[in-house]
Design a protein around this ligand. Structure first.
Ligand SMILES: Cc1cc2nc3c(=O)[nH]c(=O)nc-3n(C[C@H](O)[C@H](O)[C@H](O)COP(=O)(O)OP(=O)(O)OC[C@H]3O[C@@H](n4cnc5c(N)ncnc54)[C@H](O)[C@@H]3O)c2cc1C
Length: 391
């Protein structure tokens, strides 16, 4: 969405939310070619304490291609991830690396014939138990089209590179005067002046009345565990997308397994609709969901069995930020000049944060986003729907 550029670009930009989206927005504001602007970032707890620190960090060039608007965002982001990794030494700073990506159907009960066929497949990594595959694995992505980062390290690295002043405190409300943003009230600190404010608070954006009035953003709780295998050096860079039915008639599960260059292996899945708590630090995993992830990990590889020496590094949960139409919301809030929002990236926030941040920086500083067309993501798209529902 294009906005008419202000006479001069805003100088005081405040970003609320220290997840990957807030951090990338800070980075692209401060590295903007014509008007580099180092923002202030207000974070309630600590940078990357929520989904951005607990995600998988998987990146794909073309997995969003079925949705044209998202495809443009994802492709631009994938390219920016490569560029950022070259600029910020992403390989050692935050574990950026290309990965092979496989689809594996984990059988309900081990089937020796299927295991023999899987074992014969040249695609099956040596650390994956052939009995974990009901059929030979299928290739979903190559090292040209899929990659990964450690999401928490990535978020902190881009935030540090932005030079943003980080204020730890809770943003309570946006101050608006004469239809223009004037600042943000931070609990216990009072008003922080601003010419532009970015709300990157998913799924907590809905706590702001001005957001709630325009669109809904909800959270879907998802679980993950991080394990340190017995022999980390034997775990190859293969991301695994599993399908698994724990018992006949049970719901199909689709857990994901990401070995990391740190030697750790991250496994996620097990979603649940649940109210998002106020404090991101109080989010904990459900014991049943965590137990199921351990069971799946042990089925995939003996290297990931606790009883065979795998060390448990983390058992955690966080929320996927979801919107009513499944698309992120990126753009200026209708009726409030200078107030921008970036939220609802669902399961692709780590991938899509760089182009989101770059586009927002252009929108704020140039009045127009060039890297991606933001029209499909505009918050204004929800106005009609809300008024039809009489909300
Ligand atoms: C299990 C799981 C696995 C995932 N795996 C992947 C993956 O492999 N690849 C991928 O691309 N995406 C993945 N995602 C999605 C990705 O994690 C999210 O889309 C992304 O992290 C959202 O980032 P964000 O910056 O928008 O929000 P968040 O990371 O949630 O950050 C919001 C921040 O706002 C802060 N905050 C909240 N309220 C306030 C306030 N009032 N004032 C100040 N600060 C406040 C919070 O403390 C938090 O730090 C995964 C998500 C989950 C749940």
């Amino acid at each position: 969405m294009a906005t008419s550029p202000a006479a001069a670009p805003p100088r005081r930009v405040v970003i609320c939310g220290g997840g990957v989206v807030g951090a990338c927005t800070a980075y692209f504001l401060s590295t903007h070619a014509a008007s580099p602007t180092v923002p202030t970032l207000v974070e309630k707890s600590s940078p990357a304490c929520a989904a951005s620190g607990k995600a998988g960090g998987f990146l794909a060039l073309d997995w969003c291609d079925k949705t044209p608007a998202l495809s443009a965002l994802a492709r631009a982001s994938f390219a920016l991830h490569r560029r950022l990794a070259a600029t910020l030494d992403g390989g050692s700073a935050y574990g950026f690396r290309p990965v092979h990506t496989l689809s594996i159907c984990l059988p309900t009960d081990p089937d020796p014939a299927a295991a023999a066929a899987a074992a014969a497949s040249p695609l099956l990594p040596a650390w994956v138990d052939p009995a974990a595959s009901a059929a030979p694995p299928r290739e979903l992505g190559t090292t040209d089209t899929t990659a990964q980062v450690h999401p928490g390290f990535f978020t902190k690295a881009v935030l540090a590179a932005s030079g943003a002043e980080v204020v730890i405190g809770e943003a309570e409300r946006v101050v608006v005067r004469d239809g223009r943003v004037a600042g943000v009230v931070v609990r216990g600190r009072g008003e922080v002046d601003a010419d532009a404010v970015v709300l990157a608070l998913v799924p907590w954006s809905g706590r702001f009345e001005m957001v709630r009035e325009v669109f809904d953003v909800s959270g879907l709780k998802a679980h993950s565990i991080v394990l340190r295998p017995r022999e980390p050096e034997n775990i190859t860079p293969h991301a695994l997308f599993l399908s698994y039915q724990p018992e006949p008639g049970a719901k199909m599960l689709d857990p994901e397994v990401y070995p990391r260059p740190t030697g750790e292996v991250y496994i996620c899945g097990m979603t649940k609709d649940e109210e998002v708590p106020d404090d991101p630090e109080t989010i904990t995993g459900e014991p049943d969901s965590i137990a199921m992830l351990h069971k799946i990990a042990g089925r995939v590889s003996g290297q990931l069995k606790r009883e065979e020496g795998a060390e448990v590094v983390a058992e955690q949960a966080c929320y996927l930020p979801c919107t009513d139409d499944g698309l992120p919301v990126i753009g200026e809030m209708p009726g409030v000049k200078g107030c921008y929002v970036a939220t609802g990236h669902s399961c692709w926030g780590i991938l899509n944060a760089p182009a989101t941040g770059a586009a927002l920086a252009e929108l704020i500083l140039d009045g127009d986003a060039k890297i991606v067309d933001l029209a499909p993501f505009s918050p204004a798209r929800f106005l009609k729907k809300k008024s039809k529902r009489g909300v």
